[in-house]
Design a protein around this ligand. Structure first.
Ligand code: ATP
Length: 395
């Protein structure tokens, strides 16, 4: 489907295009790029050259807009059902210092807005008026899209914003493009200033990569180019074998991103202190690194001895790093999901089992139940009595 047809069939874009007869409202960024690549459009980013509050009123009237979130930077986020649209005034940007967030100022020309962007393929706009769907392409992005080239807009682009190095890796590997020589040169610039980027910006880039289908290639390139090492020098290893396993085992969810950090470092102290991790994430990594070796040929239920307190993702990440088979881990997770001990903690303590032994006892009970034993409360009780008579519970 070409871009015009798409606009006609997309309720939101069509409605916007019907409002505007002055050709100053545009679809921009990833949405245009994806349409030209015949991929599905995930983001709708709209910019307008003239701020017209009637336009916002119009959208609110036509759609059941659930929220309009305004920001001081002349941007609005509106939700229509489960679709989010970003609206913004055309704007220019400048960076007070490399790695800082950009300062923005309104401009009244789409050309200036397109020139502040990262790559030519992201610097194409599509005019939204009743009869068009024409593109505005001052940087020749459409040519690069067709040729499969990722080109920065100017020399020094990554000096302005070194996070563009991560973005470059994401786009190149997502689309199977090659770097333009100008882009290649920019990686050297990015390295020089990488250490200035805030932890939250690095985190954001890594989270975005962790949900990409080709994340393995992306994380590999980050390792080979030593981008994280240039950010903080304790990221001084690159374990390709770990990357391959984590990629294979972990779901493509944003909150799995931090497990991939172990590919580049084992220095949990430094990692915990660098601002990238939330407390919970740090604890997960500590727990995984503190595990003893688990033998490979193990019955799924027996994994409970190590993993009772681990979340599903932690089990998969730890199992990947230990070289355990994925089917065994999946079987274990499936079995433990349905396990319910019929005695509560108080009842177990009343049987004379000390509180300090409760975890141990519950682990054993749950393992037995995962094996399909101890189906009734009575059977559980008998088993508990036998356990109580033993001196130690877990080998
Ligand atoms: P994706 O498909 O990965 O979401 P996207 O192109 O929609 O890609 P966003 O991060 O949502 O990417 O950004 C929207 C647009 O804003 C980009 O297409 C690009 O033009 C511009 N942009 C985003 N980040 C930067 C940056 N760091 N430097 C310059 N331009 C940027």
């Amino acid at each position: 489907m070409n871009i015009r047809e798409y606009i006609k069939t997309n309720r939101i874009l069509y409605t916007i295009s019907q409002f505007n007869s002055h050709s100053n409202i545009y679809l921009v960024g990833g949405g245009v790029r994806d349409l030209l690549l015949h991929r599905s459009v995930l983001d709708i980013d709209i910019v307008f050259e003239t701020l017209d509050y009637k336009f916002l009123d119009y959208l609110t009237d036509v759609f059941k807009v659930e929220s309009i979130i305004k920001s001081p930077f002349l941007t609005w986020k509106i939700s229509i059902g489960d679709i989010e649209i970003d609206l913004a005034h055309t704007r220019g940007e400048y960076y007070r210092e490399p790695g800082a967030l950009p300062e923005t100022y309104p401009v009244h020309s789409i050309y200036q807005d397109l020139k502040r962007r990262d790559f030519t393929i992201n610097s194409i706009a599509c005019i939204l008026t009743p009869n068009t769907g024409d593109i505005v392409d001052p940087m020749d992005g459409y040519h690069d899209l067709k040729e499969g080239i990722l080109r920065v807009l100017k020399a020094g682009s990554f000096l302005e914003d070194p996070t563009r190095a991560f973005r470059a890796i994401r786009y190149k590997n997502r689309f199977g493009f090659i770097y333009h020589p100008l882009t290649e040169e920019e990686f050297e610039h990015a390295k020089k200033l990488m250490s200035r980027i805030s932890a939250s910006r690095v985190r954001n880039e890594l989270e975005r990569i962790s949900v990409e289908e080709n994340r393995k290639e992306m994380f590999r390139e980050i390792g080979l180019k030593k981008l994280l090492f240039h950010w903080r020098d304790f990221f001084n290893t690159f374990r390709e074998d770990m990357l391959v396993s984590l990629h294979e085992y972990l779901d493509f969810e944003k909150d799995t991103w931090f497990y991939f950090l172990l590919v580049y470092t084992r220095d949990i102290e430094a990692l915990g202190g660098c601002g990238l991790l939330e407390r919970k994430e740090r604890r997960s990594l500590e727990r995984i690194l503190a595990l003893d070796r688990i033998e490979k040929e193990i019955m799924p239920e027996e994994l409970h001895r190590w993993f009772r307190k681990f979340s599903d993702d932690e089990v998969l990440a730890a199992g990947a790093l230990q070289g355990l088979k994925k089917e065994i881990l999946r079987k274990y997770l499936l079995r433990r999901k349905d396990v319910r001990v019929l005695h509560d903690a108080e009842e177990i303590k009343e049987m004379g089992i000390p509180a300090s032994r409760l975890n141990e006892i519950l682990t054993i009970l749950e393992i037995e139940k995962m094996k399909g034993k101890l189906r009734s409360k009575r059977e559980e009780e008998q088993f508990l009595r036998v356990l109580k008579s033993r001196h130690t519970f877990l080998p």
